[in-house]
Design a protein around this ligand. Structure first.
Ligand code: PRP
Length: 184
């Protein structure tokens, strides 16, 4: 396995900046959900690192559940606009306050389809929290209630986001070198 330094063009968001912003998001969510018991739904796999750090800063009682969806075809970097539910929730969200937690919103197709599915289950409320917003790539309007960082249209990895399935464990968001991106 090659060292990530070979692929890293630059660090876009440092560990310190990530953790400081996640602390702020946790405080905002705790304030907005005061008196409620939200269910945080994480979309696997990229959102896991963000979720587990975020909940450490959420002071209201809450639950967690997980969904796995696939939005990209094999080998493709563009979103297909169709998601397949590979793993559904274990809990009912009817009449619950739901907060969907994502690592990144790119074209917006994945979250749009997941929101549509969740809305059909009649939650009391449904909001979106994303760590990263690659806003200039958006193809469909997405309501974002909590956003960590708006980022430029560059291929990022680390902190949950993979580079050929590796490096999700890195504590920062890095930019991959262009020649590395073309390989996939
Ligand atoms: C990423 C990310 C979002 C989606 C965003 O997941 O976690 O779910 O892509 O793209 P979109 O806005 O263009 O639809 P990915 O399919 O890479 O899976 P992973 O989280 O398992 O790496």
């Amino acid at each position: 396995m090659q060292d990530y330094h070979e692929f890293l063009e630059e660090i876009l968001i440092s560990e310190g900046a990530l953790q400081a912003r996640i602390r702020e998001l946790g405080a905002d969510i705790s304030r907005d959900y005061a008196g409620k018991t939200p269910i945080l739904i994480c979309i696997l796999r990229g959102g896991v690192m963000f979720l587990t750090d975020l909940v450490r800063h959420i002071t209201v009682p809450h639950m967690m559940d997980f969904m796995a969806v696939s939005s990209y075809g094999a080998g493709a970097r563009q979103s297909s606009g169709h998601v397949r539910i590979a793993h559904d929730l274990n809990t009912s969200i009817k009449d619950q306050d739901v907060l969907l937690v994502e690592d990144i919103i790119d074209s917006g197709h994945t979250i749009t389809e997941v929101l549509s599915l969740l809305q059909s289950r009649q939650p009391a409320s449904l909001k979106v929290c994303t760590l990263l917003d690659k806003a200039e790539r958006r193809e469909i309007e997405v309501p974002i209630d909590y956003c960590g960082f708006v980022i430029p249209n560059r291929f990022v990895f680390g902190y949950g986001l993979d580079l050929d399935e590796f490096y999700r464990n890195l504590p920062f968001i890095g930019v991959a070198q262009p020649d590395r991106i073309l390989r996939k």
